[in-house]
Design a protein around this ligand. Structure first.
Ligand code: ACO
Length: 335
C-alpha cells in the first residue's frame, strides 16, 4: 500500500516581533541577529490566542487543498512540544474540525523533529493499520517557554502551525520513499525545558502524621540551550541522516528537487546544503520571516513553497528535522 501528500496549509499569529523590537529589551542588534541566524522577524501568540486555534486553521487549509471532508479524516496527529493541554491537544483539534466519526487523535512530542516523525507515523498507520486520511499537524508556541531576558535564545523562536494531509493510495503512486530517524538522550543537556521540581509538600494526615508528597511538577523551566553544541550536532548529524535516507531510497542528491530543513538558523541550512552539494536555488528557506517555529517550521515552509508555485506536483523533497531530545531525522517525499 502507498501513501501520498495531497494537501497542505499553515497559520501564523498576527503579532510580529522584529529584531529591532528585541533590541529594545535585550542587548542585541538587527545586524547581529540577521548575520548569525538569518532571522529578521518572528510571530508570537498573544492575548487569548491559543496554539490549538492556529493548528485548526492550518488543518482546515490542508483539507481544503486536498478536497477532503473532515468526516473522512480517520487520524489526527498533532506534533507539538507546547500543547494547550498537557494530556494532548489533538482531540480538541479533531473536535474543532468537526470530524464526526470520532477518529483517533493524539499528540507526538519531539520538538523540532516532531513533524518528520509525524509524517513517518502517518505512513506507518496507513501501510500497516488501514488508515485512509491522516492529518499531520506541526505546531508550536515556544514563545511560552522563552526567557525574554536571555539574548542567546529569545532571538531565535517564533510560533506557528503547519499541516499536511497524507492519503492512502495504490503502491504504484507511493509518495513517501524512505526515512531515517534517530535520538540521543545524552544530548538533552544541550537543549531542554525541564519540568520544575517544586518544593515537597508537607501534608498533615488525618491521624496527625506528616506525609511528604512527591514534588508537584506543575511548571516548566524556560528553554535552556547551548547554541554552539546544538549547531555542531545539526551540521554533523543532519547530512548523515539525509545521506542514509537517500541511500535507502536508491536516490542521489541530484534526484532531489528541494532540500527542506527545519528552519533553525540560515547558517545551519547553508552548511548542510554545502555538505550535500545542493545548490542554493534548490534550498527552501523562510526563517527570515518566522524564526525557528519548532515542529511547525517544515510544514509552514512547505506550504508557502507550494502556494507560491516553487514546489510543484511530482517534485521530490528531502525534509529533515532536528532539535531537542536530541532527536533528528529525514524523510523523502514526492509532492
Ligand atoms: N546579540 C548580541 N550578541 C549576542 C547575542 C545576541 N542576541 N547572543 C549571544 N551573543 C554574544 C555572546 O554573548 C558571545 O559574546 P562573547 O564572545 O563576548 O562571549 C558572542 O555573541 C558569540 O556567542 P555565541 O553563542 O558563540 O554565538 P554563535 O555564533 O554560536 O550564535 C546561536 C549563537 C545563533 C544561538 C547559534 O549557536 C545557533 O543558532 N545555534 C543553534 C541553535 C538552534 O538551532 N537551536 C534550536 C534547535 S531546535 C529545537 O529543538 C528547539
Amino acid at each position: 500500500k502507498g501513501c501520498k501528500l495531497v494537501g497542505c496549509g499553515s497559520a501564523t499569529p498576527n503579532l510580529m516581533i522584529s529584531n529591532d523590537d528585541l533590541a529594545k529589551i535585550v542587548e542585541t542588534s538587527d545586524e547581529w541577529i540577521s548575520v548569525r541566524t538569518g532571522i529578521r522577524n518572528r510571530r508570537v501568540l498573544s492575548g487569548k490566542d491559543r496554539l490549538t486555534g492556529l493548528a485548526v486553521e492550518a488543518a482546515k487549509k490542508a483539507l481544503q487543498m486536498a478536497e477532503v471532508d473532515p468526516d473522512d479524516v480517520d487520524l489526527v496527529l498533532m506534533c507539538t512540544s507546547t500543547p494547550d493541554d498537557l494530556f494532548g491537544s489533538a482531540p480538541q483539534i479533531q473536535k474543532a474540525l468537526g470530524c464526526k466519526r470520532n477518529p483517533l487523535a493524539y499528540d507526538i512530542t519531539a520538538a523540532c523533529s516532531g513533524f518528520v516523525l509525524g509524517l513517518v507515523s502517518a505512513a506507518c498507520h496507513i501501510r500497516g493499520g488501514g488508515f485512509q486520511n491522516v492529518l499531520v499537524i506541526g505546531a508550536d508556541a515556544l514563545s511560552r517557554y522563552v526567557d525574554w531576558t536571555d539574548r542567546g535564545t529569545c532571538i531565535l523562536f517564533g510560533d506557528a502551525a503547519g499541516a499536511v494531509l497524507v492519503q492512502a493510495c495504490d503502491g504504484s503512486e507511493d509518495g513517501l520513499f524512505s526515512f531515517d530517524l534517530h535520538s540521543d538522550g545524552e544530548g538533552r543537556k544541550y537543549l531542554n525545558a525541564m519540568a520544575r521540581d517544586d518544593e515537597t509538600d508537607h501534608v498533615l494526615g488525618s491521624n496527625g502524621s506528616v506525609v511528604d508528597f512527591p514534588p508537584r511538577r506543575s511548571s516548566y523551566s524556560c528553554i535552556q540551550m547551548n547554541g554552539k553544541e546544538v549547531f555542531r550536532f545539526a551540521v554533523r548529524c543532519v547530512p548523515q541522516s539525509i545521506e542514509s535516507a537517500l541511500e535507502k531510497a536508491g536516490l542521489t542528491g541530484s534526484d532531489i528537487d528541494w532540500l527542506l530543513l527545519h528552519q533553525a538558523n540560515q547558517r545551519i541550512i547553508d552548511a548542510v546544503a554545502t555538505r550535500l552539494a545542493v545548490p542554493p536555488d534548490r534550498v527552501i528557506s523562510n526563517l527570515a520571516n518566522y524564526g525557528n517555529t519548532s515542529a511547525a517550521s517544515i510544514p509552514l515552509a512547505l506550504d508557502e513553497a507550494v502556494r507560491s508555485g516553487m514546489v510543484r506536483s511530482g517534485h521530490t523533497i528531502v525534509a529533515a528535522g532536528f532539535g531537542a531530545g536530541l532527536t533528528w531525522g529525514s524523510v523523502i517525499v514526492r509532492w
